[in-house]
Ligand binder design. Structure first.
Ligand code: AKG
Length: 474
């Protein structure tokens, strides 16, 4: 929707501006869109618009922050957090190292600026600003239709040129990313490309599935299927907000000397099952990796993870996730369940699709109703929502218009109602839980044997065997 009906007025220093979308409309778009897109002109009145690194350095005066240090020049192997070095420093020290390259003192002294980047990444506002809770109000996700959501549910990312996050997908939610300072280039791949991205859970981090591929310098001999992946690229500039739909893969790199961005992951209905999946993954990864080498977690456990990896704790965590799933659907009202069931009929058919997994990119892009197929229709949302298309052009600068080619790619299929991507099995579980005839297990009900019965179920072991055989050349 272009500025006009339903648009809201907001005041800023230079005069009055109209936001192109009301909170209700923005939320409707976010909950229905299955393609990444850039919102323009939505945050010009947010106080956080002025949070450049110099300003943050004053706000956080003297606070020690952990920076991840990586090499600017790399080969074909992704720079995972487990292989990076870390430096504890203030933002002021970071800025001195970054801007005054002759400086060889301070905590960054061992890192030549021409060879390394530094990244204060994935910093939760609540731990960063602690007692300065007023600052949370400077971020207003309520403008996107999420009342009360502010800095408290946000993370901050401050990096130097070349700082990047390896390619991964987030297991939970969808994502809104506000670019505050400098530009970042996002390489995105749709969920149906998952088999082409060679997913791995090592290093292990809850909620992140990493790709084995360095997508900016891929080893195509080792990962030939990656050539079929549908890369979408967008450069995010200050003042813009990127919407990343659920399960889209992303590699993000800082392409200016200093970058600052703020994001918030928005919870989705699908997260209830995803939490159980993550708990199973954690239990399995911890058990096998500890069996392999009981004393060396550094090689596989992401530094962001708590070190508590005992089987007992993981089982407790799994039971918590399963109970939460049951509680949620038991208390969901009938309309909600009906909607879930309807959406489930349009499931993404990725389950147990092992035999075809090398062809998945092709098969899915044909059947996936809201994939990246080019559409002829113009954008239904006007110039302030720029779709990120395959090999797309850069989005326009703030207040700029949608380019002709962008408009052609943004058809009505892309704004179809979010298909919940609920699998048949989840649909069946939801139905069972919702129906009174289903006796839900009580309290701590999943034992190690229960878990093993599922993991070594013949269907599962067949799938694992097929994956191992197909991947034996890796
Ligand atoms: O900005 C980055 O480096 C990564 C951001 C990211 O992975 C996310 O917001 O999910």
């Amino acid at each position: 929707m272009a500025a006009g009906s339903g648009a809201t007025m907001a005041t800023m220093e230079e005069g009055e501006h109209v936001k192109p979308f009301t909170p209700e409309k923005a939320k409707e778009i976010i909950m229905s869109l299955q393609q990444p897109a850039v919102f323009c002109n939505m945050v010009f009145d947010w106080p956080a618009r002025h949070w450049n690194a110099n300003h943050l350095s004053e706000v956080l005066h003297g606070k020690q922050i952990r920076f991840r240090m990586g090499l600017k020049s790399t080969g074909t192997v992704p720079q995972f957090e487990t292989t990076c070095n870390y430096v504890d420093a203030t933002l002021e020290e970071f800025l001195t190292w970054n801007c005054d390259q002759s400086s060889i003192s301070g905590p960054f002294r061992d890192y030549e600026h021409c060879k390394f980047w530094a990244y204060a990444d994935y910093k939760y506002f609540v731990s960063l600003f602690e007692d300065k809770t007023d600052i949370f109000q400077d971020v207003k996700w309520s403008d996107f239709g999420f009342p009360g959501r502010n800095g408290q549910e946000s993370t901050l990312w401050i990096g130097s040129l070349g700082a990047h996050t390896p390619c991964h997908l987030d297991s939970y939610g969808c994502n809104l990313v506000f670019q505050v300072q400098g530009r970042k280039r996002w390489h995105l791949f749709p969920p149906e490309d998952t088999p082409l991205l060679y997913p791995t859970r090592i290093p292990y981090e809850e909620s992140s599935v990493f790709s084995k591929i360095n997508v900016v310098n891929p080893d195509l001999k080792r990962f030939p299927q990656f050539q079929k992946a549908q890369r979408h690229i967008v450069t995010l500039s200050p003042g813009q907000v990127l919407f990343v739909p659920r399960h889209w893969w992303h590699y993000v790199e800082s392409i200016d000397p200093v970058t600052v961005s703020i994001n918030s992951w928005i919870e989705l209905e699908e997260d209830h099952l995803a939490r159980v999946e993550e708990a199973v993954t954690r239990t399995l990864v911890c058990a096998l990796k500890t069996a392999e080498d009981p004393h060396n977690t550094r090689a596989w456990l992401n530094p962001t993870e708590v070190e508590e990896i005992s089987h007992e704790v993981n089982c407790h965590y799994l039971n918590g996730a399963v109970s939460a799933f049951f509680n949620h659907y038991r208390t969901s009202n009938a309309t909600e369940i009906q909607a879930l069931k309807r959406n489930g009929q349009h499931m993404e058919k990725e389950e147990l699709n092992v035999c075809n997994h090398t062809e998945a990119g092709q098969t899915h892009s044909q059947t996936f109703a809201t994939g990246t197929v080019k559409q002829e229709a113009a954008s239904p949302f006007g110039p302030d929502l720029v779709p990120v298309t395959q090999k797309s052009e850069e989005p326009p600068s703030e207040r700029g218009g949608l380019s002709e080619s962008d408009g052609q790619h943004f058809g009505k299929l892309h704004c179809a109602k979010r298909q919940k991507m609920m699998s048949n099995s989840e649909n069946a579980i939801v139905e069972q839980v919702a129906s009174s005839s289903f006796t839900a297990p009580s309290q701590t009900f999943i034992s190690t044997d229960d878990l093993l019965d599922c993991l070594v179920n013949p269907q599962v072991t067949r799938m694992v065997a097929q994956l191992l055989i197909q991947g034996r050349h890796l």
